[in-house]
Design a binder for this molecule. Structure first.
Ligand code: DGT
Ligand code: MG
Ligand code: MG
Ligand code: MG
Ligand code: MG
Length: 261
């Protein structure tokens, strides 16, 4: 109610606008997915259904909110990147965070059956979220490279770990074998003991998933008798084989630089 004697409490709301020109990134991450994945019997170390479910939810987020132009995710996490000029919810962190994380969680529950048609969901999922405020595109690129490196190192470790366990080692033994090993040593274990070339594993597991908003030109004919018209349409696409840290990624998708730089 306007001008009521109680309205002064509004001044106690915390100010949390992400100041322009900082870039807004929202990262969501499943809460206690170690347990969620166990209870729902996800395949180890990667369950394609679970990853595709995450990707599908993230795609829906991009389709719903035009200002989100890029997303990167792996395991139980996703980062959403807003275009630099966004005025979404007056750039207020708590509004943006709560909206994205609650929408994502609803999608995860609503889409579950599409990806796990024969398995009822056990254990209600929840996600937490945070805002990362990147002062420049260089920092954003470093942020994404960091998350992708995290994807790589976790996946390489988990791949080794579960191969050792499946070959008969106990979890403690597998843990001790891998303790302190470098990347190269893990690749050697995979190759020498299991004949697996790490590079040949699916890129979605090794490098995560990148969801991009691209503009495609299409020709449409509205009525049979009229001549076709060209129009551009925003399309959301998912790629797995990208090295986000590389210059070629940012060259290939140079329109992103226009929206972010
Ligand atoms: P948190 O985020 O601190 O509440 O705790 P967690 O347990 O969610 O830990 P986090 O986010 O560091 O690690 C993700 C967990 O989710 C990790 O235990 C592995 C599990 N997970 C994610 N994707 C898969 C999958 O495709 N298959 C299996 N088996 N596990 C997965
Ligand atoms: Mg988690
Ligand atoms: Mg954690
Ligand atoms: Mg995680
Ligand atoms: Mg309301």
């Amino acid at each position: 109610m306007a001008n009521s004697k109680y309205e002064y409490v509004k001044s106690f709301e915390s100010e949390d606008e992400v100041m322009y020109p900082n870039l807004i990134v929202v990262r969501i991450d499943g809460r206690n997915f170690a347990r969620f994945s166990e209870v729902n019997e996800f395949k180890k170390p990667n369950d394609e259904r679970a990853l595709n479910l995450m990707n599908s939810c993230a795609t829906s987020v991009l389709e719903k909110y035009p200002d989100i132009i890029l997303a990167y995710g792996f395991s139980d996490e996703y980062s959403f990147i807003f275009k630099k000029e966004t005025k979404f919810y007056q750039r207020r962190a708590s509004k943006i965070l709560s909206l994205i994380v609650s929408f994502f969680t609803s999608l995860y529950v609503a889409k579950w059956n599409e990806f796990f048609p024969h398995a009822e969901m056990r254990f209600t999922p929840s996600f937490k979220s945070r805002i990362i405020c990147c002062p420049s595109m260089g920092v954003l690129q470093a942020y994404l490279a960091w998350r992708q490196r995290e994807c790589h190192s976790k996946n390489q470790y988990n791949t080794c770990f579960w191969m050792l366990v499946k070959s008969g080692k106990s979890e403690t033994e597998a843990y001790n074998i891998l303790k302190g090993t470098q990347k190269q040593e893990k690749n050697e274990i995979l190759f020498q003991q299991f004949g697996v070339n790490y590079k040949n594993l699916p890129s979605m597991y090794r490098q995560g998933s990148c969801i991009l908003k691209t503009e495609v030109d299409e020709t449409v004919k509205i009525h049979d008798k009229e001549s076709p018209v060209r129009r551009s349409r925003k399309m959301v696409k998912t790629v797995h084989s990208e090295n986000i840290a590389s210059r070629s990624f940012w060259n290939d998708y140079s329109y992103l630089c226009k929206e972010l730089g």
